[in-house]
Design a protein around this ligand. Structure first.
Ligand SMILES: [Zn+2]
Length: 216
């Protein structure tokens, strides 16, 4: 079964942020807020990763979800959105460059977002950065005040970064995206897979940039 973690104990800026760690090939799901929840990614949406039991374990009801942000539209992040739309009708925010495939089936729930948009959440206002490389519509979210970076499949801890060898990936774009992200002030990083970083996230972003741009 997926595991649920309240992240506040690791860094107080993460008050009202929880992490649902998926089972198998499944993205992390971040739950931000309590009554007006912003969900970051939705997992793979299979029977092993049902979302609602985990939300219940955290004390939340389905109706508490106000909006869902997908860091990109790969199935291990996005298919859970259908499970959610079966029960409730939150908006599903996806970068316009990633709305060709899965997202076409979100119907009226789909809201296309772009670089420079601001997403209001219970813990702060997150700026949208378009960070292609893994997919054309990969986004990262950054809140200047809390210094939280939601890094999707673009930056992972310890110098890792998203795969760029897929059909829609590009190493050149990945290096460019990481180069932009390393200019942000990041203390905490919430990646799409693996463990969050609770301090000095800047050094992790820099390391990923250096790894990606090393001569091959
Ligand atoms: Zn992906």
């Amino acid at each position: 079964m997926p595991q649920v973690h309240r992240l506040e104990e690791y860094n107080p800026v993460l008050k009202d942020v929880s992490l649902i760690v998926g089972d198998g090939l499944c993205s992390n799901i971040y739950v931000i807020g309590s009554k007006n929840i912003t969900l970051i990614d939705t997992g793979v949406g299979n029977r092993m990763n049902p979302i609602f039991p985990q939300l219940e374990e955290l004390g939340f009801k389905p109706e508490d979800i106000k909006q869902v942000v997908l860091t990109h539209a790969h199935h291990d992040h996005a298919m859970g959105a259908f499970m959610i739309l079966d029960r409730i009708s939150p908006k599903i925010l996806v970068h316009e460059a990633d709305t060709k495939y899965i997202a076409t089936s979100f119907g009226d729930a789909l809201v296309k977002i772009k670089e420079g948009d601001v997403i209001e959440t219970a813990i702060g206002s997150f700026n949208v950065y378009l960070t292609p490389g893994h997919t054309p519509g990969c986004i990262c979210l950054h809140d200047v005040d809390s210094k939280i970076l939601i890094s999707g499949d673009t930056v992972f801890p310890d110098g890792y970064y998203g795969r760029y060898d897929g059909e829609s990936g590009s190493l050149t774009e990945m290096i460019d995206s990481l180069s932009r992200l390393k200019e942000l002030d990041c203390e905490v990083m919430l990646p799409g897979h693996g463990s969050p970083v609770f301090a000095d996230a800047n050094s992790h972003v820099l390391k990923s940039y250096e790894q990606a741009s090393r001569p091959r």
